[in-house]
Design a protein around this ligand. Structure first.
Ligand code: PHE
Ligand code: ZN
Length: 884
């Protein structure tokens, strides 16, 4: 087919002949356009001459024609900001290469060749933290998703698997430790105070899993014997002064390795496993083969500087990256649209691991809270996308809660429907069938289907349809029959106006109100738009407990009496359902209050129902504290906003604070008693002591809402007596929100105590940015000028500004100052670190769901960003989608 040719811009974008010259837009990449690469690259040899300001890279690729692809007479190698210094093919200099944008085309005529290319880079100038960069005097790499092309020219796509050999040489004084993927095969001294090391990774891998680290590091060492008897040397590399804070990470690593053998039959496959902690990192951590690189935040911990939450997060992230060795590395992704293949599955694996280590019920509640307060808003906003997206301009923008957390929920549903044993047969088959391959989500689904014996035909819609399904539930009673009717709908999302019904696995139970028991839990898969189910033998209307354990990532809508919710909150034998009943009670009341639907009497009776449930939870001495802590937590403001079509964030905040103060006042005695009781529990790592610290922190929050002055003294005492960061932080959080003299004293003390300790100073920034204090905006403005603040360190940027953007009463200040602050930040950060800058756009992007006055201000800021010249691809894509 040959249609009239349209003139092209130099980058290949078609452009109409007479149209005014448009500013160049980054192209859209589409899933349906996938084709295999024309060349295979069986071997890659990389030689690095290391320097902080100048690193020379020589790469030698053996290439041969890919029999599975259409033949091509050029080898297209991706680059990003590189200039080739020399190019040879089979030892002969090449001059007829071509630069196509940032990429390099090398003409190749034969079946197989050796291509060698030299480049030079400046790691110290790399503020994007993608590719090879300098951090704290050391060199490290970050290559996922497309960072390798900033190091050397290469087919930088996950379906090109190659065996890597890496030689590094540099000054021994600057770079005493030289690490790369796989096993170290050789090392030696060189002239002029230099030394070198050579590493070989026997497992073929895509370029995004390449890693190199060089610097002054010390290791905590340990070892692990695998189920097959392989002795693995483990090392966690950090700066010398951080060594004492690596014990928990090492213990977490050993537990992860053991658990993956037991739960998934997965054994480690190299002689060494290295983890390196770096303080400048865009994300949490990275699963490079045999050489994981971590944000220090997910490695370093001791009880004086890290909270219980930090300890749990470290265990989860260490597990996550380790589990990628099979779900991500041994089986990788064919293309970046398949990202959830590795991320959704690996998040599920880390969630199951943490559930096994930390307790099932509470971890499940925490995971659902994250899903609903982060992923639900994404799914209902302008950036909504399926867990397997159809198109992108910049893949970094798709490392989202949808791909990760909803992706995990989708696979968890398969597990729920199959049961854990048959699910395991499915994953066994997946690992066996696709080991060594770059696979697709479809390959995964098919393997589970075949291995677990499930029909997932219609279920595949979960991969292609965006939006959180809504399930409307009603239960009526006729004679001695209870009739349950269910109706599902999947909301329209950008580019997907029409949706089809999906299979929704709902665990449910019907409770007898008299006895407080049910006849057994049922798993019902709602796979049509509507269904009606009859249950005989109920003389009295039963109480319905539905979506138990949060068996499906949907939002349930039902009209249910507060009395039934109070019943479930007290009696349900499913811990998640208890928590859920409590949340439903609170959400129902708060949403009605915000929407102005409550008369004074209704407000009173609503609070009474909440009070009844709270009172029972506070008085229940059968309940362990960690569960008590969950049951008394208020729904997040973002989850509340999600329940309201057009929200007024100011009102949500006011109503939520008012309820907090009411609870604090009504239960002042009981909460005070809990605070006293838990304060007497000595520090320990056991679940009971951890639970006590959680309840202690929450009791203080409620008490402070009711009685700021009185509670300030209580908080100060907790702060001063604290022998661990959990207690110290929960006290300071409360103090930071109060307009009391103790506030500044405590903040100053905290700063002096931990000055120079970056991870703790991050907390100091965050506590002030998330506080309920009326002057947060001024505080954040002042903190941006603090000598410890820098745009160069993503942890610090997030500590101040992500925290602020997640603090509705300040961010949504009605005069628009909060929006302006975030827009200014995005514009200032974009040229330095576009990936991190773009992550702030979604907070402004939800303008359609906000009341008109603020919505106009938010939109105005997005337009101001969009109009800026030279926006990065990352920010450009997010801003245009948000305005679109
Ligand atoms: N693949 C990493 C993970 O999920 C996340 C990551 C993505 C890190 C991109 C860095 C860059 O564990
Ligand atoms: Zn991951």
């Amino acid at each position: 087919m040959d249609i009239a040719r349209t003139p092209s811009t130099p980058d290949g974008n078609p452009q109409l002949a007479d149209a005014p010259p448009e500013p160049k837009q980054p192209p859209i990449i589409r899933r349906e356009d996938y084709t295999p690469f024309a060349w295979l690259v069986p071997e890659t040899r990389l030689e690095f001459d290391l320097g902080l300001e100048r690193t020379k890279v020589r790469s030698t690729l053996t290439v041969e024609r890919n029999p599975a692809a259409a033949p091509d007479s050029v080898l297209r190698l991706n680059g990003d900001g590189l200039t080739p210094i020399s190019i040879t093919v089979d030892g002969n200099a090449v001059n007829d290469f071509a630069m196509v944008g940032d990429d390099l085309d090398v003409p190749l005529t034969g079946e197989a060749h050796t291509v060698a290319i030299e480049t030079e880079i400046d790691p110290s100038a790399n503020t994007q933290l993608m590719g090879l960069y300098a951090s704290n005097g050391m060199l490290c790499t970050q290559c996922e998703a497309e960072g390798f092309r900033r190091i050397t020219f290469f087919p930088d796509r996950p379906d090109v698997l190659s065996t890597y050999t890496v030689r590094m040489e540099g000054r021994a004084e600057t770079f005493p430790v030289l690490l790369a993927n796989g096993n170290r095969t050789d090392a030696g001294e060189a002239e002029g105070g230099r030394h070198w090391a050579e590493w070989h990774d026997p497992w073929p891998k895509p370029s995004y899993l390449f890693a190199l680290v060089a610097g002054q590091l010390e290791a905590r060492r340990d070892s692990f014997t695998t189920m097959g008897g392989r002795e693995v040397d483990l090392a966690i590399w950090v700066r010398a002064e951080d060594l004492p804070r690596t014990e928990h990470a090492m213990e977490s690593l050993k537990r992860s390795m053991k658990w993956d053998e037991e739960a998934f039959g997965r054994e480690y496959d190299l002689d060494v496993f290295n983890i390196v902690a770096v303080s400048d990192f865009n994300m949490g951590a990275m699963e490079n083969k045999g050489l994981n690189v971590f944000n220090t935040k997910y490695v370093l911990a001791d009880y004086e500087t890290a909270t219980d939450g930090n300890f749990e997060a470290i265990e989860g992230v260490i597990g996550h990256e380790y589990f990628h060795n099979w779900s991500g590395n041994r089986i990788t992704c064919r293309d970046w649209f398949q990202l959830s293949l590795k991320e959704g599955f690996t998040v599920l694996r880390d969630q199951l691991f943490s559930q096994a280590m930390q307790g099932e019920a509470v971890k499940r509640i925490e995971d659902v809270r994250v899903l609903r307060s982060v992923q639900f808003p994404e799914d209902s906003g302008p950036l909504a996308h399926p867990i397997r997206p159809d198109s992108y301009r910049e893949i970094s923008n798709f490392y989202t809660a949808t791909v990760y957390n909803k992706g995990a929920e989708v696979i968890r549903m398969m597990r729920t429907m199959a049961g854990p044993e048959r699910f395991r047969e499915g994953t066994d088959l997946y690992f066996e069938r696709h080991d060594g391959e770059a696979a697709t989500c479809e390959d995964f689904v098919k393997a589970i289907e075949d291995g677990a014996g499930l029909d997932l035909g219609q279920f595949r819609l979960w991969y292609s349809q965006a939006g959180t399904p809504r399930v409307d539930v009603a239960l009526r009673h006729e004679g001695d029959t209870a009739i349950l009717s269910l109706r599902q709908s999947v909301p329209a999302t950008p580019d997907q106006p029409e949706k089809e019904p999906m299979p929704i696995p709902l665990k449910l139970a019907l409770f007898d109100r008299e006895t407080g028991t049910h006849r057994g839990e049922q798993l019902l898969v709602l796979d049509e738009a509507e269904a009606e189910i009859r249950y005989d033998g109920f003389a009295q209307p039963p109480v319905l407990s539905i979506n138990r354990g949060y068996s499906a990532p949907v939002s349930i809508h039902r009209s249910v009496s507060p009395a039934d919710l109070v019943f479930l909150a007290a009696k349900d034998d499913d811990s998640f359902a208890r928590y859920e009943a409590m949340q439903e009670l609170l959400v129902g009341h708060l949403v009605a209050a915000v929407e102005g639907r409550l008369s004074d009497t209704e407000r009173g009776s609503g609070r009474e129902a909440i009070g009844e449930a709270f009172g029972a939870i506070l008085a229940d001495d059968q309940l362990d504290d960690s569960m008590r802590g969950e049951l008394i937590s208020l729904p997040t403001q973002s989850y509340l906003a999600e329940q309201i079509e057009i929200a007024d964030p100011g009102l949500i905040h006011e109503e939520r604070e008012a309820l907090k103060a009411w609870v604090g006042e009504r239960f002042a005695t009981q909460l005070g008693a809990h605070h006293d009781r838990t304060s007497a529990v000595p520090f320990g790592l056991d679940a009971a002591a951890k639970g006590a610290r959680k309840v202690k922190g929450q009791a203080l929050v409620y008490l402070a809402a009711a009685d700021p002055a009185g509670s300030a003294r209580r908080a100060m005492t907790q702060y001063e007596r604290a022998d661990n960061m959990t207690d110290r932080q929960s006290a300071l959080l409360v103090l930071a929100g109060l307009d009391v003299p103790e506030r500044q004293a405590a903040l100053d003390d905290f700063y002096r105590r931990f000055e120079g300790d970056a991870l703790v100073i991050d907390k100091w920034f965050t506590l002030q940015a998330i506080s309920t204090h009326p002057d947060v905006l001024e505080h954040v403005e002042a903190l941006a000028d603090h000598p410890d603040f820098t745009l160069r360190n993503p942890n610090r940027v997030r500590a101040l500004y992500m925290a602020f953007a997640g603090n509705p009463h300040a961010f949504h200040s009605a005069d628009g100052r909060g929006y302006r602050m975030i827009a200014d930040l995005i514009l200032a950060l974009d040229p330095i670190n576009p990936q991190t800058a773009a992550r702030f756009v979604p907070s402004l992007g939800r303008w359609r769901r906000i009341e008109p006055g603020r919505a106009a201000l938010m939109r105005g800021e997005l337009e101001r960003i969009a109009a800026a010249p030279n926006l990065s691809r990352d920010t450009f894509e997010q801003v245009t989608r948000s305005l679109g």
